[in-house]
Ligand binder design. Structure first.
Ligand code: 4AD
Ligand code: MG
Length: 454
């Protein structure tokens, strides 16, 4: 028999004898004359209908069990599906104890419910759709950069620096070091951390390859129980040499967003539809509109002026020099008509050491940009980097970081060029395009304060 995935069977053009399909039972319906099964193997949202003689029914053939069905693939008489499988044999590969199985047949389980079972929730339609979309988006991101001449770099996960300087690092110690904490030795001789961003390593590589990107896990010990923070998340980062304007960086962000989103919409229309139908009905059709629109650009100073007009609506009063809070970001996006908005030129004192000084004043800013999107807030953060040795030296000196960043200063001595880049939070991206409220529902195994299941 020819082995077919469910997706292939459903899409077959013509009938075929001797076909074998494997998967997990999504429903069993037993009638006097006929037994109906639906089996799913993760290759598509739709399950394949299996029609069998009731004599093939057996005790272990239940919802959730793993089965192998062999038979004839035929045109289905039902309008809703193309093909169905007429079973000749059904083998239960692995039975399922339905009484203790947390998923129930034909039930739309709430996302908060299935979150309790990270080892089983992928068998649920919503998580299934999400993970297929996540996979296509990952491929789309790689294609976008590869097609545009960027070199992919595997930046390290273990590093000795704190790129963002926000002190939200997970420090690494071996299990032996943890036990013998009296002995202050380090495996690497220096304290080492899980990376918060691959940016500094990308800057090294942009100094040779011009355009580079990375797409890997990043880690932040942010003690926030919010709907948009994880302790382990994936970040897409790009770095471009010979770039003198933030406009160029914003253009890449916008192109990346639009290209990858169109890919996802065309590759997984049914999976996306599930979200826009059941999870975020208000998103329906919105995304297609946004893909056609130019993203807006406002400066941080303009943003603060807009916020001040509505000061009474905020818990945190907007003030020039203060970080934009979630409530501020939400308001700005709404004010701009619920479209993505770039906010540029943030206060010098708010941002990390590597951002390029705009040398303006008295409201002193750096060439930074954040992309804010409806429902999520900050999706991307980027900047031009300080490529001028004297500027960088004096900033690092004031922060007491000159020794740590000798190598970074070196980059400004040996063929320094104007450059810049950005990072996009991959989970926030998925949250936005799918309209998912909680970031924990867009990653297979979420890590957040007080929770590291599995
Ligand atoms: O704005 P951030 O901190 O920027 C950087 O790390 C830069 N070094 C990137 C660069 O220029 N190469 O983080 C970038 C994005 C944020 O805009 C947000 O979408 C996401 O990463 N992000 C998080 N996503 C989930 N959970 C968290 N705890 C996140 N922190 C940041
Ligand atoms: Mg940021």
């Amino acid at each position: 028999a020819v082995r077919l995935r469910v997706r292939e069977a459903l899409g077959a053009r013509e009938a075929a004898a001797a076909v074998r399909v494997q998967g997990w039972v999504r429903s069993v319906r037993s009638q006097k004359e006929v037994l109906f099964l639906h089996i799913n193997d993760g290759s598509s949202l739709e399950s394949l209908q299996v029609v069998a003689d009731p004599s093939l029914e057996k005790k272990d053939l239940t919802f959730g069990s793993a089965v192998e069905v062999q038979g004839k693939l035929v045109k289905s008489p039902h309008r809703m599906q193309n093909m169905e499988l007429q079973a000749e044999t059904i083998r239960v590969v692995g039975p399922c104890d339905i009484w203790s199985f947390p998923l129930k047949m034909k039930e739309r389980h709430p996302l908060e419910y299935v979150r309790q079972f990270p080892h089983l929730r992928c068998r649920n339609n919503t998580l299934g759709a999400l993970l297929r979309i996540r996979s296509e988006a990952t491929a789309g991101i790689h294609s976008f950069f590869q097609d545009n001449g960027y070199v992919h770099i595997h930046t390290p996960i273990i590093t000795s620096n704190d790129c963002e300087g926000a002190g939200e690092l997970f420090q690494i110690e071996t299990s032996r070091e943890a036990k013998e904490s009296a002995e202050k030795t380090h495996f690497f001789n220096v304290p080492a951390f899980l990376t918060v961003s691959g940016q500094l390593h990308l800057e090294v590589m942009a100094g040779a390859f011009t355009h580079v990107f990375t797409f890997g896990p990043t880690f932040r010990a942010e003690n926030s129980q919010s709907r948009r923070h994880l302790a382990e998340f994936y970040m897409v980062e790009a770095e471009l040499s010979f770039t003198e304007s933030l406009q160029d960086i914003m253009q890449v962000m916008e192109d990346l967003f639009k290209t990858v989103t169109s890919t996802v919409l065309s590759k997984c229309p049914r999976d996306v539809e599930l979200f826009h139908k059941y999870v975020a009905p208000s998103q329906k059709g919105r995304l297609e509109q946004i893909l056609k629109k130019k993203f807006m650009i406002i400066s941080y100073s303009e943003a603060v002026e807009i916020l001040k007009q509505a000061a009474q609506t905020f818990t945190f009063k907007p003030e020039w020099g203060c970080d934009l809070q979630t409530e501020h970001e939400k308001y700005l996006v709404k004010h701009c008509g619920e479209v993505p908005v770039f906010v540029v030129n943030y206060p010098y004192d708010l941002k990390p050491f590597y951002m390029r000084d705009n040398e303006d004043g008295p409201q002193h800013t750096v060439a930074a940009v954040d992309l804010l999107v409806p429902g999520v807030g900050e999706l991307c953060g980027g900047s031009l980097r300080e490529e001028r040795l004297p500027f960088l030296e004096s900033r690092l000196q004031r922060l007491g970081l000159t020794d740590t960043y000798q190598w970074y200063l070196d980059l400004r001595k040996f063929g320094s060029v104007p450059h810049g880049g950005f990072g996009m939070g991959f989970e926030r991206y998925l949250q936005y395009i799918l309209g998912v409220d909680n970031i924990k529902d867009v990653i297979p195994f979420p890590r957040f304060p007080h929770s590291c299941l599995l």
